[in-house]
Design a protein around this ligand. Structure first.
Ligand SMILES: [Mn+2]
Length: 233
């Protein structure tokens, strides 16, 4: 049994499937997907449907799912003059902000689903977790989409709020836990100044950034926590 992590797939269903073959995911393995499955690419719904069929895939929320969840429920309703009048300003702003970061493709593909599929997708998205902790290869790992804001080594991992683990960027040079790695995505590794290898997994001071820029023409990366082996497609 092995434990893998992947993140920031951003609607690239084809690369997601290729990565599953590349790591040769077995039923006895676990795969944590640390947020940002949706947006930018056109395959968000296909990826979510595939993930929800797999009991060994643990879905975690990213800022893109967070934005999607706030808007998609409205899109399950029939859009009429009435329903538009009832939209609160916060929702309108949420939809505009989501569109500005690549939400349109997700909205379009969600709208094209059957009512039943829409409900399944919404229910699935609401199950995504914020922070996970796992052991592999004798080491401990804390997983969170954008690291841990307002970090305190003694803080209960269950106490972090969405705004603290979905939107900021970690300080990759800072050693947060004495004896645990933090695995995150969110920041394409090409945007880390100190990183000599853009679009490859970046490891520094116990921080592991696995966002290899799949949503920006880069690569999709995955890491096996047991031995820190890296995979790319
Ligand atoms: Mn993100």
């Amino acid at each position: 049994m092995a434990i893998y992590c992947m993140s920031d797939i951003h609607g690239d269903y084809e690369r997601y499937k290729r990565m599953l073959s590349e790591i040769d995911l077995m039923d006895s393995d676990l795969l944590f997907i640390i947020g940002d499955v949706v947006d930018r690419g056109t395959g968000s719904m296909e990826i979510l449907k595939d993930m929800m069929m797999r009991a060994n895939v643990i879905p975690m929320i990213g800022n893109h799912e967070y934005m999607a969840l706030n808007c998609l429920e409205f899109l399950t309703k029939e859009i009429t003059e009435e329903s538009i009048k009832e939209m609160d300003p916060g929702l309108v702003e949420g939809i505009l902000q989501w569109q500005a970061v690549g939400g349109q493709a997700t909205m379009d593909s969600f709208r094209a689903l059957s009512r039943e599929d829409k409900e399944d997708i919404l229910e699935y998205l609401s199950e995504f977790t914020l922070v996970e902790e796992v052991e592999a290869g004798g080491k401990s790992f804390v997983l969170a989409h954008s690291g841990l804001l307002n970090f305190d080594e003694n803080r209960d991992l269950g106490s972090y709020e969405p705004y603290e683990v979905l939107f900021e960027r970690p300080d990759y040079g800072r050693r947060y836990f004495k004896d645990k790695y933090i695995v995150s995505g969110h920041v394409p590794t090409r945007n880390i100044e100190e990183n000599p290898a853009p679009d490859r997994i970046y490891i520094c001071s116990g921080n592991i950034d696995i966002d290899c820029g799949c949503g920006y023409g880069g690569t999709l990366g995955a890491i096996r926590l047991d031995d820190l082996r890296e995979y790319y497609v």
